[in-house]
Design a protein around this ligand. Structure first.
Ligand code: PEP
Ligand code: MN
Length: 297
């Protein structure tokens, strides 16, 4: 393809010179790798948990329930990129303590953990507990930070910035691979566009980026319909649509009492909805791709 629109299209020359490690070597090249016994690229992977690790009780409760339902990974931020700097006791990061609770939940319920790190100084602490380090949207192009995360050699999930092109996203992923860290998962979490159908929806889930990414890269790609829709009633349909589009996994915000979630209370689903959605995602993945999520239960 001629690179007529720099910043948008990706030419064969770009694939060779700008992201040779992220680029597919041939049409059927898709990498698969195991993280804590979960095989990315081969089975449909689910991540579930609250937006924020609000308390010890909350994270233990969620770990127990989502594990029982069939989630592969427990998610939850102890370090959170919160849009405004003001805090109250309910709306507060739990930071080091939150990481400790994640570690406790992981051991107690035998579920691996994915959690975000935002500052270089906390990388060792987070890497000790996390099975996958999450790089948040807002840090997608913080190259020295990405490089420092990559050097831990822990698996990394790189969330797409909501204003980023596929080209820039893959360029950021290349920064991880170039450090010799090959366990990289991409996560589409919604892009910022003028029209999002509802005033509560800040973002639009870019489902097209799933096949677009799969044309170019062998890396697994996960969708996050919770952050993308910002609206729990749409999470089910967008999860199923994401799987139909070919996503390798789904990250979902799950909370025992969604309306009282400390952060973004409009987007999490409860355990019952999560259970029903997992069953439907499993059925769909089996029909379309002969992949399963529930074989490990
Ligand atoms: C999150 O997953 O908790 C999160 C903050 O997501 P994002 O970086 O996509 O906004
Ligand atoms: Mn969030």
């Amino acid at each position: 393809m001629d690179n007529k629109f720099p910043g948008k299209d990706i030419s064969d020359e770009d694939l060779k010179t700008k992201f040779p490690l992220v680029a597919k070597k041939n049409k059927n090249h898709f990498s698969s790798f195991k993280v804590a016994g979960v095989e990315f690229g081969k089975q449909l992977v689910t991540f579930a948990g609250p937006n924020m690790v609000e308390s010890r009780d909350l994270i233990l409760d969620v770990a127990k329930n989502v594990k029982k339902i069939g989630a592969d990974f427990l998610r939850g931020g102890a370090f959170k990129p919160l849009t405004f700097p003001y805090r109250n006791p309910k709306y507060n990061e739990t930071r080091e303590e939150g990481i400790k609770w994640l570690s406790e939940a992981k051991k107690k319920y035998n579920i691996p953990v994915i959690t975000e790190v935002m500052e270089e100084k906390y990388i060792p602490l987070v890497a000790e507990v996390a099975d996958i380090i999450q790089i948040g949207s807002r840090n997608m192009q913080n190259y020295p930070f990405i490089t420092a995360c990559a050097k831990t050699n822990k698996p990394i999930m790189l969330k797409r910035h909501y204003g980023s092109s596929l080209r820039d996203w893959l360029g950021a992923a290349e920064y991880i691979l170039v450090e010799g860290n090959e366990k990289v998962i991409l996560c589409e979490r919604g892009v910022s566009v003028p029209h999002t159908h509802r005033s509560t929806s800040r973002f639009l889930l870019d489902l097209q980026v799933v096949p677009a990414a799969q044309e170019l890269t062998h890396l697994p790609i996960v969708i996050d319909p919770s952050h993308a829709t910002f609206w729990r009633a749409w999470v089910r349909s967008m999860s199923l649509a994401g799987i139909a589009a070919g996503a390798d996994g789904v990250m979902l915000e799950v909370h025992p009492d969604p309306e009282n979630s400390a952060v973004d209370p409009l987007q999490p689903i409860d355990f019952k909805e999560f259970g029903s959605l997992v069953n439907d995602m499993d059925k769909l993945a089996k029909i379309l791709f002969k992949k399963t999520i529930l074989n490990k239960r």
